[in-house]
Design a protein around this ligand. Structure first.
Ligand code: GDP
Length: 363
């Protein structure tokens, strides 16, 4: 019955956009992420947030509650099943988040501290995003620290601004204009998302507070609007597409050695045969269990993971299978259900291996 349902939906399955967070240390990346999770856990019942494997999955039902707050001035609609937010702040991690050849992130949130402006790692992140051609939104964080800020928890920051004093507006505008100038000096045009003269050439800015939750509805709305604008053809899970990156290799009590992976595109099934890179050559194995953690509010001591017959992209997943001890984090995982697939997969793994070897020699 489950399979029937799956086949019916196959033609119209949409991938959840993969969103990364980056920026200078102490700008509030972790606080914002925590707030994002917190809001949504309170916000909706159905689905529930899954605290994943270096990634948090936000189902669309939960997001809908938040973006509703921006409906009047900035309507956005999420067509995909959800958003997968990659939880590895730090730009080294961002540069490592690659699939074959390109970045794993469809979109990025660059966090800038309104009080500090552009800092060293902000500039590095900007360059990295430019190099990777990753579209992004700027979260201008810590608005609650502007002069005489009046808080309305979890409100849209567009609406919060309307309730601020003239003095507050002067303080914000002064800081904001300085940052716009700094960005322009580095050849980036940016503007407040609700006042953007040209969304194609100006990066959107969303004022946020990780402490009060203000601006979170706006941040989600902008991410959704821009990912649907930029992803278009990459939104649909194509039947023959498959793209999966191993993030970590971990021993888990009761499961043995498992791998945590990001399924970037395609569908993975519980009885799939897979090939991936091992320290001593390609590993061929068969999935024993296909898992994701339970939603956060259901944290249990023993039954920590939910079992699945199949999972569609994008999703952070855990795979339990024999012979994973030698698996290499950062490598690609391929399907190998037929002999042809297996041979292609082994060739691809070997070419990945040779590339890694070349890089290591260069260093
Ligand atoms: P990260 O290094 O970018 O992950 O930054 P953190 O999330 O650890 O935040 C660094 C510090 O800034 C912590 O003390 C946070 O409580 C504080 N912080 C983060 N966001 C905000 C904010 O919006 N307003 C204020 N006032 N403080 C914040």
């Amino acid at each position: 019955k489950v399979e029937d349902k799956e086949n019916k939906k196959q033609r119209e399955i949409l991938r959840s956009p993969i969103v990364c967070i980056l920026g200078h240390v102490d700008t509030g990346k972790t606080t914002l992420l925590d707030k994002l999770r917190g809001t949504n856990v309170q916000g909706g019942e159905a689905g529930g947030i899954t605290q994943q494997i270096g990634a948090t999955y936000f189902p669309s039902q939960n997001i809908a509650v938040e973006i509703e707050k921006c409906n009047q001035h900035y309507p956005a609609e999420l067509k995909a099943p959800g958003l997968l937010v990659i939880d590895t702040p730090g730009h080294e991690s961002f540069s490592n988040l690659r699939t074959r050849g390109s970045s794993l992130c469809d979109f990025a949130i660059l966090v800038i501290d309104l009080m500090h402006g552009l800092e060293q790692q902000t500039l590095e992140s900007l360059n990295l995003l430019k190099m990777r051609k990753t579209p992004f939104v700027i979260a201008l964080n810590k608005i609650d620290r502007t002069y005489d800020w009046k808080t309305e928890e979890f409100a849209s920051s567009y609406i919060s601004f309307k309730n601020q004093s003239k003095e507050n507006k002067n303080d914000f505008n002064h800081r904001y204009n300085q940052i716009i100038t700094q960005l322009a000096e580095n050849s980036f045009n940016a503007a407040l998302y609700w006042d953007n003269p040209d969304p194609k050439t100006y990066f959107p800015i969303v004022p946020t507070s990780g402490v009060t939750g203000e601006g979170i509805p706006d941040l989600l709305s902008v991410v959704i609007k821009y990912t649907s604008m930029y992803m278009k053809s990459r939104m649909v899970v194509k039947q023959d597409a498959f793209n999966c990156t191993v993030m970590e290799v971990k021993k888990i009590d009761g499961l043995g050695v498992t791998i945590d992976a990001i399924l970037v595109d395609g569908t993975i099934r519980q009885d799939d045969k897979i090939v991936l890179l091992g320290f001593n050559g390609p590993i061929k194995t068969k999935i024993r269990a296909l898992l994701t953690p339970y939603p956060m509010k259901e944290i249990r001591v023993k039954a920590e993971y939910e079992h699945h017959n199949f999972i569609h992209a994008s999703m952070g997943i855990k795979i339990s299978a024999p012979d994973l001890e030698e698996a290499v984090a950062g490598s690609q995982l391929y399907l190998a259900n037929t002999n042809d697939e297996e041979q292609t997969a082994i060739d691809l793994v070997m070419s990945d291996y040779n590339q890694v070897k070349k890089k290591v020699k260069l260093v």
